[in-house]
Design a protein around this ligand. Structure first.
Ligand code: BV8
Ligand code: ZN
Length: 254
């Protein structure tokens, strides 16, 4: 990890008033939560996430898809926020106007102390009826078998239709309020930190570009290259749980 880049990122953050932290699956990788790039294992090894995370897949085989989300939910429950999540919460504590915007459906930002991250793609902890949208209870905290299993989704208490995960599936619209909040903050920020995203899924991937177009400094944290490399002011090549604490330590040496 280039020392100069960490120092440069820290200097940008230390004097910023409005900061957006935009995160993807790589943010939770070091907590043991598989990214979307990681091949699926167990029952789902022959599926790609983008085909499973669709209304069509749920309609065709609800037990397979519900089982997959319950397996992911139990993996997230067993996981712990990593030093990267904690550093993001520290940035929020030091910056006058921070906002965390995540594509992740886990609750690791919240468990690390981030008060109110914007979930662009929903959450694993907000199931609802697929017909009347009535909120459903989060479900028992049972540990799912390592290899996963088919699991029939519970029924809606109001209309008996199947309950679905409270996430945004491919082909579905994002929650408009969340998207508006994120886009407005990106267009208005001094610094946008993009962490652990391949920036391939839209409209979320537009957020860092909106910030760059508005003249903000874009700082990318990712061990690998992404389409944002040419957009970023600074590219910090390394894992989030190593790079972010280093940046926070340099920005606010207490
Ligand atoms: C919609 C919830 C229309 C579910 C998710 C424009 C151009 C092309 C295509 C489209 C377009 N506009 C729309 C589309 C279609 C589609 C899309 O973008 N397709 C892509 C694949 C081409 N978009 C949609 O379908 C969206 N909806 O357009 O609706 C509409 C409009 C109005 C009315 C009706 C309909 C909905 C998209 C949301 C889908 N749901 N998640 C679930 O989780 O199951 S997306 C999901 O995948 C994640 O939320 C995330 O967004 C994405 C995965 O990306 P990343 O998070 O970046 O993770 P990834 O694994 O890819 O990469 C990890 C990165 O981390 C890597 O770069 C790696 O190097 C790095 N890394 C690894 N380890 C570390 C690390 N970084 C730091 N530290 C480490 N340790
Ligand atoms: Zn219902």
């Amino acid at each position: 990890m280039e020392h100069g880049a960490v120092e440069a990122a820290a200097a940008l953050l230390a004097r910023a008033r409005r900061v957006v932290v935009f995160t993807g699956a790589g943010m939770s990788a070091e907590s043991g939560v598989p990214t979307f790039r990681d091949a699926l294992t167990g029952l789902w090894h022959r599926y790609d996430p983008q085909s499973l995370a669709t209304p069509q897949a749920f309609a065709a085989d609800p037990d397979l898809v519900w089982g997959w989300y319950e397996w992911r939910r139990s993996a997230v429950r067993r996981a712990r926020p990593n030093a990267g999540h904690l550093a993001v919460a520290a940035i929020e504590a030091h910056v006058p106007q921070p906002l965390v915007v995540t594509q992740n459906v886990d609750d690791l930002h919240e468990r690390a102390g981030s008060p109110d991250p914007v979930h662009l793609h929903g959450s694993l902890f907000a199931p609802r009826c697929c017909a009347c949208a009535h909120p459903a209870p989060a479900g028992a905290d049972a540990d799912e078998p390592a290899g996963g299993r088919r699991l029939p989704p519970p029924r809606c208490v109001r209309c008996c239709a199947p309950v679905r995960p409270g996430v945004v599936w491919f082909g579905e619209a994002l929650p408009q309020a969340a998207l508006d909040t994120a886009a407005t903050a990106a267009a208005d920020c001094d610094v946008l930190l993009t962490v652990g995203t391949s920036a391939l899924v839209y409209p979320a991937a537009e957020i860092p570009r909106t910030a760059a177009r508005a003249g903000a400094a874009v700082v990318q944290v990712n061990p690998g290259p992404t389409p944002l490399d040419p957009v970023a002011t600074l590219n910090l090549r390394g894992p989030a749980a190593e790079v972010l604490p280093a940046v926070v330590g340099a920005a606010w040496p207490d």
